[in-house]
Design a protein around this ligand. Structure first.
Ligand code: AMP
Ligand code: MG
Length: 329
C-alpha cells in the first residue's frame, strides 16, 4: 500500500492475526488494541520500523517508546531486572503497568531516545497477546494518535487520525480502561517513583512492594527535568483542539455555546450541552469514556469544554492528571 491509501481495519480472526504478525516481522506498522489505549506497533528489534512510528505520529525523536512483551523471557532480554520489577510483574502483568528499567544493549537508541533506560509492559488484551506470540518479537508502541492529541480508545479513532499514514489497524473493540498505563520508574528498586498515574494506583504498587512509591510531582515542578525523564509527563498533552477548562464541581451551565462535562449525571432536566462520563459517577467507567467524549465534543464545535475534576484518590488521580494536561496551555 502507498502512503496515501486508506488504512484497512482488520478483525481479530486467526488468519488476520497471522497476516498482521507477518507484516510486523517485515517491518510494517500495525495499530493494535490494548486494554489502555490503541497503540501504533513496530518490531522493537527493527530500528528502521521504529523510526516509522515517529514519522507517522509526528512524534519528536526525544520521546521514548514503550516496548510491549509477551512473556518474562522477553523482559530479561530487554531490561536489567530486579526484585521489585519481578514482584510487580507477578502481581500486575499482563496488565496496564509499565516499568522503567536499565536497558540491555539490544534495545535501540531510537526506542529509548538515547536514554540508558527502557519502558516495558506486558499488555493484557487478548488479541495483542496473540499478535505478540505470533510475531515472536517485542513490539514498540506509543499511543496511535498524532503527537499531543487525545489518545485513541477505538479502531475508529485511529483511522480518523492516522488513516492516511498507516496501512493496518487491528480492531479489538473499545479499550476497557481507556487511559494510558501507569508508569513506574524502577531503575533504583529501593526508591521507586511514579512517572504517570493510571488504573494501577500508587497505593496498589506500595502494597506489593512494601515500600513507599514517590508520587508524581505536579506539573508545576521543573518541566524540563521531568519532561526529559518521561515526556508523557509533558504539561500539555492528550489535548483536544477546543480549549478545556477544569472545575472542582459543575452545577450550573450558563453558556449554550460551551459544553459541560460532569463525572456523573446531574439531577433534573438538563440542557443539550451538558454531558456526563458515567450515569452513576463510577470512576472506572468515567475513565474509559473520557477520551472518546473529548473527541466527540471537539468535533461538535463548542467554543470551550468545561470538565469537572474527579474526586478522591487512585483512579481519580489518573483522570485528573489527563484533565490537567488536556487543559494546559
Ligand atoms: P505513549 O505510549 O505515547 O504514552 O508514550 C510512552 C511514554 O512512556 C513516554 O511518553 C514516556 O513518558 C514513557 N517512557 C518510555 N520510555 C521511557 C524511558 N526510557 N524512561 C522514562 N519514561 C519512558
Ligand atoms: Mg501518547
Amino acid at each position: 500500500m502507498t502512503k496515501t491509501s486508506a488504512a484497512r481495519v482488520y478483525r481479530g480472526t486467526p488468519r488476520n492475526l497471522r497476516f498482521l504478525a507477518q507484516q510486523l516481522r517485515r517491518g510494517e506498522l500495525v495499530a493494535v488494541p490494548t486494554e489502555t489505549v490503541y497503540g501504533l506497533a513496530a518490531n522493537a528489534f527493527d530500528a528502521e520500523a521504529c523510526a516509522k512510528i515517529f514519522r507517522a505520529k509526528g512524534r519528536p525523536a526525544t520521546d521514548p517508546l514503550i516496548v510491549h512483551i509477551h512473556d518474562l523471557a522477553q523482559l530479561s532480554e530487554l531490561g536489567v531486572v530486579n526484585d521489585a520489577a519481578l514482584k510487580l510483574a507477578d502481581t500486575f502483568w499482563p496488565g496496564p503497568l509499565t516499568m522503567v528499567l536499565p536497558k540491555k544493549p539490544v534495545v535501540a537508541d531510537a526506542i529509548t531516545a538515547g536514554r540508558p533506560s527502557v519502558a516495558i509492559r506486558m499488555p493484557q488484551h487478548r488479541l495483542l497477546r496473540q499478535l505478540l506470540r505470533l510475531s515472536g518479537v517485542p513490539l514498540a508502541a506509543p499511543s496511535a494518535n498524532p503527537f499531543g492529541y487525545v489518545s485513541p480508545t477505538t479502531a475508529r479513532h485511529v483511522r480518523d487520525n492516522l488513516g492516511t499514514k498507516i496501512a493496518y489497524i487491528l480492531d479489538g473493540g473499545p479499550a476497557a480502561i481507556g487511559l494510558e498505563s501507569t508508569i513506574v520508574d524502577l531503575r533504583n528498586p529501593r526508591a521507586p517513583q511514579l512517572l504517570r498515574p493510571g488504573a494501577i494506583t500508587r497505593d496498589a504498587l506500595e502494597q506489593v512492594l512494601g515500600i513507599p512509591v514517590a508520587a508524581l510531582k505536579r506539573s508545576s515542578d521543573s518541566h524540563a527535568k521531568s519532561g526529559q525523564l518521561s515526556p508523557g509527563r509533558m504539561k500539555r498533552h492528550y489535548s483536544p483542539k477546543t480549549s478545556v477548562v477544569l472545575h472542582d464541581s459543575l452545577a450550573d451551565f450558563p453558556r449554550r455555546d460551551e459544553a459541560y462535562v460532569c463525572i456523573r449525571r446531574p439531577a433534573g432536566r438538563l440542557p443539550k450541552n451538558v454531558f456526563w462520563l458515567d450515569s452513576r459517577g463510577n470512576l472506572r467507567a468515567a475513565a474509559s469514556r473520557l477520551f472518546a467524549m473529548l473527541r466527540e465534543l471537539d468535533a461538535m464545535g463548542f467554543r470551550r469544554i468545561h470538565v469537572e475534576r474527579a474526586r478522591g484518590e487512585g483512579m481519580a488521580e489518573a483522570i485528573n492528571d489527563r484533565l490537567r494536561r488536556a487543559s494546559a496551555y
